[in-house]
Design a binder for this molecule. Sequence first.
Ligand code: FES
Ligand code: FE
Length: 406
Amino acid sequence: MDLSMIREAIARQRPGWSLEQMFYIDPVYYQFEQRSWLARQWYTLAHASELPDVGSFIVRDLLGESLIVVRDSERIVRAYYNVCRHRGSRVCTVDGRAGAFVCPYHSWSYRLDGSLRSAPAMSPDTDFKELGLHPAPVREVGGVILGSLRGNPQDIDAVEVAAEAMLQYHGIPGARIAARRSYPTRANWKLVMENFMECYHCYPAHPEYCSTMKHVEVLARKASPEAAESYEREMERWFREDADPDSPVAPRKSTYTDAMKQHTSRAPIGGSRQTQSQDGKPVATLMGRQRKFDGGMGVFSVRPFAFLALLNDHAVMFQFLPAGPEQTDVHISWLVDQAAKPADVDVERMVWLWDVTTVQDKAIVELNAQGIRSCAYQPGPYSLLEPGPAALIQGYLRELEAGWAA
Ligand code: FES
Ligand code: FE
């Protein structure tokens, strides 16, 4: 891999403009960023309800690696590379529940804490202590299981402090998954995340989203100070008059300045809507400790890849998983309160908005990827309505450069 070429390319990118073609399509660049940057980010691996019991485990892919994620005997969530310490076989192939992991090849077995428990016919001087499964960073934050390959667990301490109360208030730790859909997208992760972080495209691409999110419609049409001011006025009125005063999250005016970090916010959907359904009426029972339908939408994210939208009666958990130079796996899980009975939940009305919107996003992002493959593609300038992607790309380049300097 010619690192000097990549280094020069990073230095050459123009702030406020999209990147040169190779950043979006080249397998060599992807291999480089996978090791140097993607491996340090945090991703939503699962919801807590996917590991309900001691010994519950799931097998998940992350950046080309297979991880076993398990709830151990202390109910702590742990993750291990799914690679046997004998001769490297996959240890688990399907989700399940067990007291130990047994490799299918020669039956080495591992405890839930990853340590080697038994290995038949090994010489007596074999040191079991040095042959445990390799751990991967993982944390359960308010019911959201966040994982990484080389992320710093201390970064998640700050996320936990900032977000735990909000996720508890919304009932996320005890929620259950009522629906789950996947949207594999043939595009580099930057195109998927750039798109997710701007609403410049909302008006042309998402009629359903704009008809539901009234305030976004105003902002998405025109980047004017008047539109922004009217939004701020409505937000302040909503917090004063309508919002549940018990909500632990205060309004935040700027939501785009720290694109690489944890973010929590709460704002009204608008138009007197109680939730993100087509008619604005509830699709399930209230979640968590919320006491009334105040029409608010909370956001919890660890940017750029982990994102939850928190409505009064359901939550939408997005998973964005880079899966190759031109492939990103997008999964959405819709969560409802643990006490909500199936008859209390209208699944089709609940999934309507984000299903139709994500199908649209997949289509426009794949068209974007097709255009970028052309010899005629050149970087273009971000608009005033795209501070999210501009900050994402700048932060990404800055961190790649800092990694070099370190
Ligand atoms: Fe796992 Fe041999 S490779 S026991
Ligand atoms: Fe979109």
